[in-house]
Ligand binder design. Structure first.
Ligand SMILES: Cc1cc2nc3c(=O)[nH]c(=O)nc-3n(C[C@H](O)[C@H](O)[C@H](O)COP(=O)(O)O)c2cc1C
Length: 378
């Protein structure tokens, strides 16, 4: 059996101390100005025994803000804030990548600069909710706004934005970046052949066109950071954030996976069919779905490191997945919320604590965030 606690060389560059990944999780605990803070440094530092931490989705520009209080990386103050986090994780011997996103249509004018419409692949609104201040001034889940269709040159400019922010992530001390191509945000909006009805060079008629935006961003980020420092997250068949079912999902996935090898990425991070279709504080997560046949096809075109995420809760399940030979690292999301020492708990088969879902997002600062103790045998 493959040992979850073996070290692993990521992308030929970064040595991980085990095969455990802390999955990116938005926790909306920033300070004013979307600035990471000491509290976040404590939270990530507590979890540094993971082989790799992928820090939460982070805005590359003011226009990418789809949830109140998510961090950014585009201002010097945000980078200083992130430096607290990366220093703390490194001090504790951890490795940390930053997840970069643009939410696209998953936003609301109240979150956008000057109250403008969210940016969309088209002008079609997502049948989904964003986390923002409602008309009563309280934070909560409200319907996504109606987007405006991005012009071709704006998409091209976004490629430069991601490239600059990859450099900003390095400046803030991250070991690499993960491009968030999953969960119904802007990259997936472009890749979805049903939603992307554009007719320009980023238009959905051909797989080359609908994946062009993601691949241009990855290429630019690798140019900035070097090979082995850029990962990509995808959620094929996911329906989170109102993303429509797409008959061409498999074609798109295999095409992207093949291209990512050529571009020299550190890893491909896959999450399948797990996220709830509505807001994740209340909706049901679906059951674990490991499609061996599809993963084998991905493996055939992508011989690099594959991270598998979704529904793992113990060492045995993780090692069984590794034993298929189809994936190399196992990511844990929700189990990391209440178990800062998850790696140790998995190793010694200690029981896992449960988080209260009402603390997933902010409202409560350290409550449900940094106040979970390491296992003490009690
Ligand atoms: C509170 C919360 C916030 C999340 N935020 C992100 C995010 O910022 N980026 C992302 O790619 N996935 C995000 N996810 C999805 C997780 O990374 C993961 O894919 C999902 O929870 C399934 O894994 P699990 O079964 O181990 O929890 C989030 C999940 C939760 C519960």
């Amino acid at each position: 059996m493959i040992n979850l606690f073996e070290s692993q060389l990521l992308g030929g560059t970064v040595l991980l101390k085990n095969r455990i990944v802390m999955a990116p999780m938005t926790r909306t605990r920033t300070s004013e100005g979307d600035i990471p803070n000491e509290l976040m440094a404590t939270y990530y530092g507590q979890r540094a025994s993971a082989g790799l931490i992928v820090a939460e989705a982070t805005d590359v520009a003011p226009s990418s803000n789809g949830y109140a209080l998510t961090p950014g990386i585009y201002t010097p103050a945000q980078r200083q804030g992130w430096r607290l986090v990366t220093d703390e994780v490194h001090r504790k011997g951890g490795t940390i990548f930053l997840q970069l996103w643009h939410v696209g249509r998953m936003a609301h004018p109240s979150l956008m600069p000057n109250g403008e419409a969210p940016w969309g692949v088209t002008a079609e609104r997502a049948e989904s909710q964003v986390f923002a201040h409602g008309p009563d001034g309280k934070l909560g889940h409200i319907p996504a706004g109606t987007p405006r269709r991005l012009r071709t040159e704006e998409v091209m400019r976004l490629v430069d934005t991601f490239s600059n922010d990859s450099a900003h992530a390095r400046e803030a001390g991250f070991d690499g970046v993960e491009i968030h191509g999953a969960n119904g945000y802007l990259f997936e909006q472009f890749m979805n052949s049903v939603l992307n009805t554009r007719t320009d060079c980023y238009g959905g008629a051909s797989v080359e066109n609908r994946t062009r935006f993601l691949l241009e961003v990855v290429e630019a980020a690798v140019r900035e950071l070097g090979p082995g420092r850029v990962g990509v997250r995808l959620s094929p068949f996911g329906r989170f954030n109102g993303i429509p079912a797409d008959p061409l999902t498999e074609e798109t996935l295999l095409y992207v996976a093949g291209q990512l090898v050529r571009l020299g990425v550190a890893y491909l991070h896959l999450v399948y069919e797990l996220m709830p279709e509505a807001n994740m504080e209340v909706a049901e997560f679906k059951s674990h779905h490991l499609d061996h046949a599809l993963l084998a096809k991905v493996r055939a075109v992508f011989p690099g490191t594959i991270i598998w995420c979704g529904g793992f809760t113990d060492r045995q399940g993780a090692e069984e997945a590794l034993d298929t030979g189809l994936v190399d690292l196992i990511a844990f999301g929700r189990p990391y919320i209440a178990n800062p020492d998850l790696a140790e708990r998995l190793k010694y088969d200690w029981p896992l604590a449960e988080a209260d879902r009402s603390t997933y997002y902010t409202r409560c600062g350290e409550v449900g965030y940094t106040d979970f103790p390491a296992y003490s045998g009690q």
